[in-house]
Write a new protein. Structure first.
Length: 76
């Protein structure tokens, strides 16, 4: 069964309130705030190449959260 997770930025509280009001009652949908306040890796030294050849995220969630204020994650 496919479930959907709407993740909202803290920058627009009215947007998440509106989404929660509209999506309440849909059993396969969850609405949450983005819990991160900043990126975890803030050091100047980078991880070694053999460990991180590419970014693990397939979608650019941070950019979408910043531009749109929300992202939709499909959970199978």
């Amino acid at each position: 069964m496919t479930r959907y997770l709407f993740v909202f930025s803290w920058s627009n509280p009215a947007l998440i309130e509106s989404a929660q009001a509209r999506l309440t009652g849909l059993e396969h949908v969850e609405v949450v705030h983005d819990r991160r306040f900043r990126e975890r890796r803030r050091r100047d030294d980078h991880a070694s190449n053999e460990r991180r050849e590419r970014d693990r995220r397939q979608l650019h969630a941070d950019e979408s959260l910043e531009m749109l204020g929300w992202i939709l994650v499909r959970r199978d």
